[in-house]
Write a protein that binds this ligand. Structure first.
Ligand SMILES: [Zn+2]
Length: 424
């Protein structure tokens, strides 16, 4: 006889931390001022000995090693206040000819003390320069621009969160005139956005005193319902590759009262809207769980490739599909008026009879629910659902699959969203 687990979805959801203007008291004794989780920009009491373990000289040593790899080109995008070059790596199959490549940009070490975000970035570089089939495929399809040390003066001066002019570069993006580091990166972003290979994904790498790995999610109030769903898809797509290591999309919800108009992401949203997935990633700052930089880097790269619909290693994918929750692209797409949606529910505990609450819904571009295709408990397996849009008008729609796993009691849940087009 099979056991049934009738537990509401609410039981498996997180209580998100909500930040409207990055200034709220979370509980009685801990006031969070910014998305990195630090309560102040105080420059005392933080360990700056030896530039937090990785100084400007360390970077120069590694740049000289990376420079020998034919898939990388290194130059600078400008100078810091004290004249240090802001080094940028260009990684692609031929870094001197990037025509037709899809563009990803990553910058790290805005806050000098937050070395963990840089260590993940360094692992991303190592993967991209490796000889695996995955890396080769990424290099064939993409160009990655990486600024590993965006605030070298702060690193050398031992300023945990500021540059040589004592300014926090993270929140200097709508100040005029802004700092030379901000001006240089902003000019580079603007240059790429007006090129034939505009940035599609931009990651701003930090680490947080909250001792969790998470992405800083921007609420639809500060962006749009469409972009909110795109972010959820992006973050959950990365989590598929490190589900117990990276927090769900709603762990840290920001911009609940609008675009703060001060961060790099603010700049991207203000000028480019949904066309750039610009997010801050926060690794664990000096926590007991700090580490696994290589696993995190792999998850980010795999998830970014999935988000950009760039196919990666087939063998790896097949192995992964059998273990993980997958929502496939509908077929046909565009469609009129019917299309098929397929998904896989993973067997997390194969020895037990396990059922999961599965919800598949369709939303319009404003985030209004227009149909519920599935809302029931299902066993692990491969499913196909037909969607008939006879009653709907032409346009872009989203379909979202949510799957909770109450039987494990682990609090794990999955959510993924994809876009489809109805053409009448
Ligand atoms: Zn930070």
């Amino acid at each position: 006889m099979k056991k049934f687990f009738i537990i509401g979805m609410t039981a498996v959801f997180f209580n998100p931390i909500l930040y409207s203007q990055e200034l709220q008291s979370v509980d009685g004794n801990f006031t969070v001022i910014d998305k990195c989780g630090f309560s102040s920009d105080s420059e005392t009491g933080l360990n700056s000995v030896d530039n937090w373990g990785y100084g400007y000289d360390s970077l120069l040593v590694e740049l000289n090693i990376w420079r020998q790899n034919s898939f990388v080109k290194i130059d600078s995008i400008g100078l810091s206040v004290q004249g240090r070059p802001l080094w940028q790596l260009t990684i692609s199959s031929d870094p001197y000819n990037i025509s037709g490549k899809r563009t990803v940009y990553i910058h790290a070490r805005t806050h000098p003390q937050e070395t963990e975000g840089f260590y993940v970035t360094r692992e991303i570089v190592k993967i991209l320069l490796s000889n695996t089939a995955f890396a080769q495929n990424v290099r064939e399809n993409c160009v990655f621009y990486i600024v590993p040390m965006y605030n070298p003066d702060g690193v050398e001066l031992g300023y945990p969160r500021r540059n040589a002019n004592n300014v926090d570069l993270e929140s200097n993006w709508f100040t005029f005139p802004n700092q030379p580091e901000v001006a240089a990166l902003k000019a580079r972003f603007a240059e790429l956005m007006s090129s034939s290979n505009p940035i599609e994904v931009e990651l701003n790498m930090h680490s947080s005193s909250l001792c969790k790995r998470y992405f800083v999610y921007h609420d639809s109030a500060g962006t749009s319902p469409q972009f909110a769903m795109m972010q959820q898809d992006f973050i959950e797509g990365i989590r598929l590759y490190f589900p117990n290591g990276i927090e769900p999309w709603n762990y840290y919800v920001s911009w609940t009262s609008g675009n703060p108009m001060k961060y790099p992401e603010s700049w991207f949203w203000f000028y480019h809207g949904e066309s750039v997935m610009a997010l801050t990633y926060e690794d664990m700052y000096q926590c007991s769980g700090t580490g696994n930089f290589d696993i995190t880097a792999n998850a980010i790269l795999q998830g970014v490739m999935d988000y950009m619909n760039i196919p990666t290693s087939v063998d790896y994918k097949n192995e992964f599909v059998s273990k993980n929750f997958i929502l496939e692209q509908n077929y046909p797409n565009p469609f009129n008026p019917t299309t098929k949606i397929r998904f896989t529910i993973p067997a997390l505990t194969p020895s037990l009879s396990q059922r999961e609450r599965v919800i598949l819904k369709v939303y319009d571009i404003l985030g209004n629910e227009v149909a519920t295709l599935v809302n029931e408990e299902k066993e692990p397996g491969y499913y196909e659902v037909e969607f008939n849009a006879e009653q709907l008008s032409s346009g872009i729609y989203f379909y979202r699959l949510q799957s909770g796993n109450p039987s494990t009691g682990s609090g794990q849940s999955y959510i993924q969203t994809k876009k489809m087009i109805l053409l009448r």
